[in-house]
Design a protein around this ligand. Structure first.
Ligand SMILES: Nc1nc(=O)c2c([nH]1)NC[C@@H]1CN(c3ccc(C(=O)N[C@@H](CCC(=O)O)C(=O)O)cc3)CN21
Ligand SMILES: O=c1ccn([C@H]2C[C@H](O)[C@@H](COP(=O)(O)O)O2)c(=O)[nH]1
Length: 282
């Protein structure tokens, strides 16, 4: 069983057994047919993934690693808020007629800010600090920008990352760790999707800064299973898991802006059957 499967199964069991239902509450999301999308939720879930041990991809069903990487690069590298720059259709429901999702995600990553060292956006600020001041405790991004919330079609869910570098005893290279803060998580649709995205981001940043990938700590405020997903999750967590596949990042790339989704690969990725047509609450 991959470590990611174990964490996923335990989290889902905990939500189903100890979570609270939002049924009857005034909830925002709805299904395609207009009915309210209620959830079973657990507040304050924290999951830790040690990337030096294993790549945290689930095997119970296939996680679309290349699509997930592409969305992460859309935000962190292309810094785009337009679905025309994205190779999947996962954001279509939240885009306007021009393809924009408003001042969310990639838009915020591309905004330049004045720092003592010059004008930079948040991604370049992180890379600058990792290279020049790796032991800083101030290396973080935040895209939950209150002044722009009214111009976002969906508020950022995974909204902040804090990077932290450690010098492990006896190790040649520094270790790059990160905490991903997420205010809201649709566990079936996007939990492992988000986890692999930020695992890939840590691997990429570590490589371009000549560090090792360390831990990803995923802090989720509201971890929920939507009502229509409950039978799917119950079936999923009963399945037989497989060992984690080997993860491979093209070692030639030394500039974060040169990575493409094709530089990311998993070998021997054996999984359970895909769950077709998971409905996504809007
Ligand atoms: N309710 C809800 N849940 C979410 O997870 C979510 C939103 N809304 N709104 C915005 C984005 C869109 N997200 C999504 C939506 C769909 C998939 C999805 O269907 N993934 C497929 C593969 C997609 C592909 O290959 O391109 C999968 O099997 O993982 C993933 C993330 C995450 N976010
Ligand atoms: O990367 C993402 C983006 C979105 N989600 C989910 C979490 C929620 O189910 C919805 C957003 O609804 P809110 O009412 O704004 O919380 O999207 C995710 O899990 N991961």
């Amino acid at each position: 069983m991959s470590l990611a499967d174990e964490i996923f199964v335990n989290m889902c069991r905990d939500i189903l057994e100890n979570g609270t239902s939002t049924e009857g509450e005034k909830v925002r999301p709805h299904w395609e047919d207009g009915s309210k999308a209620y959830t079973i939720k657990k507040f304050g879930v924290v999951n830790r993934y040690d990337l030096s041990k294993e790549f945290p991809i689930m095997t119970l069903r296939r996680t679309a690693l290349k699509s997930a990487t592409d969305e992460m690069l859309w935000i962190w590298q292309r810094k785009s808020n337009n679905i025309k720059d994205l190779n999947s259709h996962i954001w279509d429901e939240w885009a306007d007629e021009d393809g924009s999702i408003g001042k969310a995600y990639g838009y915020q990553m591309g905004v330049k800010h004045q720092y003592k060292e010059g004008r930079m956006d948040q991604v370049d600020r992180v890379i600058y600090d990792l290279k020049n001041n790796p032991f800083s405790r101030r290396i973080m991004t935040n895209i939950y920008v209150h002044q722009d919330l009214h111009e976002m079609n969906l508020y950022p869910c995974a909204y902040s990352v804090t990077f932290n570098v450690t010098q492990k005893k006896g190790a040649d290279r520094l270790t790059l760790n990160a905490i991903l803060n997420q205010r809201s998580q649709d566990v079936l649709t996007a939990n492992n999707w988000n986890v692999v995205q930020y695992a890939v981001l840590i691997h990429m940043l570590a490589q371009v800064c000549d560090m090792e990938a360390g831990e990803l700590v995923h802090v989720i405020a509201d971890a929920h299973i939507y009502d229509r997903h409950v039978p799917m999750v119950r079936e999923l967590i009963k399945r037989t898991p497989y060992p984690a596949p080997a993860f491979d990042l093209n070692p030639e790339v030394k500039d974060f802006y040169q990575f493409t989704r094709d530089d990311v690969r998993v070998e021997n990725y054996v999984t359970g059957e895909q769950i077709r047509d998971i409905p996504v609450a809007i």
